[in-house]
Design a protein around this ligand. Sequence first.
Ligand SMILES: Nc1ncnc2c1ncn2[C@@H]1O[C@H](COP(=O)(O)OP(=O)(O)O)[C@@H](O)[C@H]1O
Ligand SMILES: [Mg+2]
Length: 285
Amino acid sequence: MNTSREVPIVELKHVTKRFGDTVAVDSLDLSLPPGTLFGFIGPNGAGKTTTIKLITGLLQPTAGRVFVNGIDIRHEPERAKRLIGYVPDNPFLYDVLTGREFLRFVGRLYRMDASLVERRIGELFELFQVGSWGDFRAEEYSHGMRQKIVISAALLHQPKLIVIDEPMVGLDPKSIRLVKRILEYQSRMGTAIFMSTHTLAVAEEISSLVGIIDRGRVIAQGTVAELRRLSRERHRTLEDLYLELTTSPEESQREVERWLNMALPPLLREMLRPESRNERVLLDQ
Ligand SMILES: Nc1ncnc2c1ncn2[C@@H]1O[C@H](COP(=O)(O)OP(=O)(O)O)[C@@H](O)[C@H]1O
Ligand SMILES: [Mg+2]
């Protein structure tokens, strides 16, 4: 009945991480109930990857403490890491290994029983529809297939918590949909998920809880419905709120311009200029 007595799956207490003069994570407090699909949203450089590396024990905090399922990752790193499946933002596969060989290798790292590894590989390959690709070398994989194998590797030892850093970057729409479905499915099966993203839409669609981080601080946290309510009180959309919280007006203007510059091929931009439209009209006549 009393959910507050549940041990949080992830708990950060006043966690700070400095790199020289840069404060990447600034006295962060975070507590996630088990089973949460947490979307950790923030612009580039906000401190998402650093937070993730602190949770996975790859970095030590300058100050504060990190607990995974109640275990202090600094004091009992091995025990805590067994509970975590980690998918980094630049996932690594050995090009000369097949997906299946890579998963066997990961199974050995986790000191899993060989027959259990084989069973899990079978289950995961079926779930992710890897098919015969499982026996091709990684050098032949599409980005989407690499992501399937890397996520399979993170799930192999049936972790309580998946930590996944910017899972959708560089994926085509079909693979994005697949990764979303995988995360939702794992979450329904009771695995907690800590997912970072700089894309609001991704977090909004699948997260049960959302945290917005900017300059190393969590500046808003709640369910998507709660954040929507907050944004309705002050703005039209959640995206407006996100942009307002995380960028100054001049920065968001520049952001839009940068995006336009990237998204529109130069020729198209040229055509959209009012004066060149007139030229076209003249040429067409
Ligand atoms: N190893 C490092 N050395 C120095 N500065 C770093 C290092 N890692 C991250 N930073 C800085 O910390 C801040 C947060 O970075 P990061 O956690 O990677 O942000 P995000 O993942 O949200 O884009 C940035 O200013 C970044 O330049
Ligand atoms: Mg990052």
